[in-house]
Design a protein around this ligand. Structure first.
Ligand code: ATP
Ligand code: MG
Length: 413
């Protein structure tokens, strides 16, 4: 991609009203644009990061046998009446509900349990049809009161939600653990160290759900976790113990961002929406459910909250919009321009994703502050001084060094 053609360019000023780091940096660097509180466009750079994350998740979920689909966002009231959630005061606070001109009532999706159960009620007949794990990436709408944390909290945001259906509680828990492991792997690949945290919000049995929390000063949540083992609980259910109930070590607390949440749901939705299967003896049984969410756009914001410095974003390589930011300096000199263009094409031919700052005019300082702001992992400079070599600097390191094209390609692969 030529930087001269990239839409839009970086901004010099912090946008007014942008309080959080992710909001400021993502807007200034041209990754997102705000429509209103809690509502953002993912601009071309932001969309590239989004797709990288989406692909990682798709790979990990498909690996364990999940199937991707896409469900509608406009839901008729009667399906939500079946579970009783349409009239639940807590739901009414966050769900956008309205009538059309024919007085028909609709809601905008803030989650999809009812819709999945409705679909399964049509197609699940026998124990042979189970288990089934279905997911989609799609928009969610929530009437959030506090929509001030940039893309960490949207009124309209993208979620990956997965729903699993099972013949028994035992099968549900078995898959719950498989998905939990896949989630840990997903966050690791995205570059984040997410803690698996016990949380409130369960609808049956002992009532635990599990959240995936990333430590960050700006996080709205507080978690308590063991210094030694993997015990961790959300503040909402933490009973104040100073020592870890599992290993006796010190408990410490920290602010964190919830990037994912998984819920064992039991048979609540299958009973409400009539999702049943025939067991081996021909007897009708309720289907067991669990659901699993990842905040896609919140993940992008979390990455920025965790990986930035005073100059800009520092993307992990696995999700960066480009791998190399090639900066051409002294491009008014024909020989340098020709060389820079040649390197740009050669890198592309090697399959390296390159953003090439091909602008003639801006100073080296201006170009470097743009590369630091955008946060591509490798900055590669070609100028009068580099004399046929490539000057490389990693975004998260101070030192520059000179390499050949072959060495660079090896380095970034
Ligand atoms: P929170 O406690 O932050 O309001 P939640 O517990 O209500 O979130 P879930 O219903 O568990 O959210 O949704 C699954 C995931 O979707 C969350 O773990 C989070 O990463 C993401 N998410 C939830 N609400 C929002 C939002 N308003 N904007 C962006 N992402 C969100
Ligand atoms: Mg949650």
């Amino acid at each position: 991609m030529l930087y001269s053609k990239l839409f839009p360019k970086t901004l010099k000023q912090v946008p007014s009203g942008a309080e959080s780091v992710n909001h400021q940096l993502l807007v200034r660097s041209g990754f997102i644009d705000q429509l209103m509180a809690g509502s953002y466009t993912l601009l071309p750079l932001g969309w590239k990061v989004y797709l990288k994350i989406e692909n990682i998740i798709r790979e990990e979920l498909d690996k364990i046998g999940c199937q991707e689909m896409l469900m509608p966002l406009l839901h008729p009231r009667d399906i939500w009446d079946k579970s009783g959630r349409w009239s639940d005061p807590n739901v009414k606070e966050i769900m956008y509900q309205f009538k059309d001109i024919h007085e028909r009532e609709f809601g905008l999706s803030f989650t999809h349990e009812e819709i999945v159960a409705y679909i399964l009620s049509k197609f699940i007949k026998s124990y042979k049809d189970l288990p089934v794990l279905l997911y989609h990436f799609s928009t969610k709408f929530r009437n959030e009161l506090r929509a001030k944390s940039g893309i960490l909290r949207g009124r309209e945001f993208i979620m990956k939600d997965l729903y699993s259906a099972h013949i028994s509680e035992e099968d549900m828990w078995q898959w719950y653990e498989i998905v939990k492991k896949a989630y840990v792997e997903i966050f690791k690949r995205v570059g984040l160290d997410a803690k698996v945290v016990e949380a409130a919000g369960g609808v049956f049995t002992k009532g635990h759900t599990h959240e995936f929390q990333v430590l960050a000063e700006s996080g709205e949540d507080v978690i308590y976790y063991c210094q030694k083992c993997d015990f961790a609980q959300n503040q909402e259910i933490y009973d104040g113990e100073k020592k870890c109930p599992r290993c006796g070590s010190e408990i410490q607390s920290a602010s964190s961002i919830e990037v994912g949440n998984i819920f064992p749901l039991g048979t609540k939705y299958s009973q409400a929406l009539g999702v049943a299967y025939q067991d081996e003896n021909g007897k009708s049984q309720d289907v067991w459910f669990a659901s699993y969410g990842i905040g896609m756009t919140r993940l992008i914001g979390t990455l920025v909250e965790v990986f930035h410095d005073e100059k800009g974003i520092i993307w992990p390589e696995s999700v960066a919009p480009f791998t190399v930011h090639l900066v051409g300096l002294d491009l008014e000199e024909e020989s340098i321009k020709t060389e820079a263009e040649k390197i740009y094409k050669l890198l592309q031919a090697e399959g390296v994703a390159v953003l090439f700052d091909d602008r003639v005019g801006p100073s080296a300082g201006e170009k470097f502050s743009d590369t630091d702001l955008i946060g591509v992992p490798y900055r590669v400079v070609i100028s009068k001084k580099t004399q046929g070599k490539l000057e490389v600097k990693k975004r998260n390191e101070k030192n520059t060094h000179f390499v050949t094209l072959e060495a660079l390609v090896k380095m970034v692969r």
